[in-house]
Ligand binder design. Sequence first.
Ligand code: K1U
Ligand code: ZN
Length: 218
Amino acid sequence: MAQLLILEYPDPRLKKVASPVTAFTAELQKLVRDMAETMYAAPGVGLAATQVDVHKRLLIIDVSEARDDLKVFVNPEILTAEGEAEQEEGCLSVPGYYDKVKRAARITVRAQNERGETFELAADGTLAVCIQHEMDHLVGKVFVDHLSPLKRARSRDKLRAPITAPMPKAPSITPYVWAPPCSRSRATSGISAATEPPAMPVASVRPSTMRMGGELMM
Ligand code: K1U
Ligand code: ZN
């Protein structure tokens, strides 16, 4: 199995429309396994093939607490949709941004599994939200596309913004063995606030925005 790279908004490849799966091959089954490994590692509750740059109508979901109920939807279609529900959503392609989106409260879906067998499923709650969210990916839509232009710009800015974290400077004469804050806490380090080095804001860029030879993508 392999973990796949998840595309991040506003990568233009997230806008591609997926085409139907016509061959239920060992290659498709490997893609399902790799997507599952990627989703569980992220961690996420769903993943669409579009997000890993495969433009086929395939998505996976596991909303179970035990993370042991993987659902595979190939060529999914919504048969019925009713009611309205507004729930906070996140997206592995828009890391760190969450917002409420209005969707149908109850849906029925027809899809095939990875072996090509057709099934129908009625869903409500988080499963219904997640299926609709993942099906949007298959037509090139990300959840922030449901938001106002202002909120969408905010989500884009959040992905672009450097993270400002307090990072103590190592003193020149150390009365204790200095370690960066990630490897100790004030409670466990045994040093008081008075002896701790002053906090200094240091801009750091999250690694996901540094792909493409270290160049910022947005
Ligand atoms: O990127 C994705 O499409 C996956 C996304 C699915 C989703 C989440 C919430 C509402 C609608 C759709 C995620 O999984 S984001 C991460 C997340 O919500 C989560 C991760 C671990 C445990 C519980 C939730
Ligand atoms: Zn998503």
